[in-house]
Design a protein around this ligand. Sequence first.
Ligand SMILES: Cc1cc2nc3c(=O)[nH]c(=O)nc-3n(C[C@H](O)[C@H](O)[C@H](O)COP(=O)(O)OP(=O)(O)OC[C@H]3O[C@@H](n4cnc5c(N)ncnc54)[C@H](O)[C@@H]3O)c2cc1C
Ligand SMILES: NC(=O)c1ccc[n+]([C@@H]2O[C@H](COP(=O)([O-])OP(=O)(O)OC[C@H]3O[C@@H](n4cnc5c(N)ncnc54)[C@H](O)[C@@H]3O)[C@@H](O)[C@H]2O)c1
Length: 464
Amino acid sequence: MTDLAVLGAGSAGYAAALRASQLGLDVTLVDPGPLGGTCLHVGCIPTKAWLQSAKVRRTVLHAGAFGIGGGTGDVDAAAIRSHADDVVDQLHRGLSGLVSASGVRHVAAAGRLVGGTVVEAGGERIEAAAVLVATGAEPVTLGLPVDGERIITSEHALRLDALPRRAVVLGGGVIGVEFASLWADLGVEVVIVEALDRLLPSEEPALSKVLTRALRSRGVDVRTGAPVAGAEAGDGGVRVTVGHEQLEADLLLVAVGRRPRVAGLGLEEVGVELDGAAIATDADLRTSVPHIHAAGDVVAGPQLAHRGYAHGQFVAELVAWELGRSRHRPTLPPDHQIPRVTYSSPQVASVGLREDQAGPGARSVTYHLAGNGKSLIARPTDERETGMVKVVRSAQGPIVGVHAVGEDVAELITSGAMHVGWGAEPDDVVSIVHPHPTVGESLAEAILALGGRPLHMRVATDIG
Ligand SMILES: Cc1cc2nc3c(=O)[nH]c(=O)nc-3n(C[C@H](O)[C@H](O)[C@H](O)COP(=O)(O)OP(=O)(O)OC[C@H]3O[C@@H](n4cnc5c(N)ncnc54)[C@H](O)[C@@H]3O)c2cc1C
Ligand SMILES: NC(=O)c1ccc[n+]([C@@H]2O[C@H](COP(=O)([O-])OP(=O)(O)OC[C@H]3O[C@@H](n4cnc5c(N)ncnc54)[C@H](O)[C@@H]3O)[C@@H](O)[C@H]2O)c1
């Protein structure tokens, strides 16, 4: 018997386990893989390590623009991998220590539901008061013959010991854009192919435009409105069919989305309903079967590690409350309040609603980072794009969206998430002083303008 059995020890599952044990629940965490799941081992952390190496090479190649003698920027893919592995290992050791110190029991096996809230894993039968399914997602391959060598997914891309000379990236979403950006900066000739009419199609159109111009200026061949019809691998490389055209490359990265991992979990057998490919849940992440919850990438919505953390902690608190072990009934942040960052160069970061989603009478101000000292200092002078921050408020109401593109704009979206989450009005924020020079003060500049009192920008003073 256990209070909570968690299937999956990724961002959602381990966050649930840690929070539940803090609340005094007995927890069993089931996962056949290493603690940490996709984000730690084959997602957020190793991709950001590769992106950092790409940024270092770019800095080295542009060092002259900063008055420093440049280097050759030779690339050692195996050494980049080893740096990424070191970071992952260190975080994995830390997480394993946290989980064992918390008293959570880890069963290192795949689990499945075998009736009600009973889980079977590694030959063991675990009866639980509540179950959380947090088994994550896996790449969609569109039936393309993924072989791990010529036609690959992001997981294979992170294990490369040598970089291709020429690569086609299929999908202009988050994974496609991050790899296109980092490979281009590491000297790979990249073609990125997106079926819809722009890269990162769910972001504000202005951000996609700046990103596309920046990638093109670094030699990336960006093709939009171009669905890929097929691909064929041979000894010498891969041939990709886009419309009537054939593209030749050393490899094809398939990055067209990730689908919830729900097969083989016994969901159908115990009556857990699906909503399309994802597990159907109510607003409190309860599935159609009492006391079975779902969290993270198995639930439809943005597939992000920090959403997984929020989901996992929420379910732990809800279960503790339902079992009478906590007096606090938790609330779940809505998906649109979850910040999104694409860590390409330039970065694209946003939270809340786009202007076209913010209702009638919504107003916005766009502050161009060409006026931001910190952004100009960081930018090599031979690069034209600096980026922008756009803030959206609902009609005479609160700030409902912050959208940014530029170097290091990920750092300002945390403040954006607070403004949107707290429903702040521009007047609530204008008296908060931001440090200078920072990229973050560009958000303050846009909010000042939205509140009708611009400082370093020329806009009509009756705005907002
Ligand atoms: C290349 C890449 C880069 C990414 N970068 C970012 C980023 O920068 N920022 C960000 O926020 N998000 C990023 N993500 C997304 C992020 O990794 C996911 O949103 C997050 O990992 C989801 O957490 P989860 O707990 O739902 O699932 P996962 O982390 O996928 O964990 C699921 C776990 O379930 C386990 N499991 C599977 N089947 C069973 C079973 N039958 N029994 C028990 N356990 C099982 C798996 O072994 C796995 O450990 C990235 C993803 C990818 C692929
Ligand atoms: N920095 C981050 O937070 C981060 C990084 C990587 C991944 N992730 C998460 O992983 C998930 C998966 O990422 P992803 O980039 O694979 O999915 P995605 O949904 O972000 O993008 C997939 C893209 O592929 C395009 N596409 C689909 N079929 C196509 C075809 N036949 N031809 C051309 N284009 C096609 C889609 O229009 C879409 O733009 C995302 O939801 C994201 O949240 C997050």
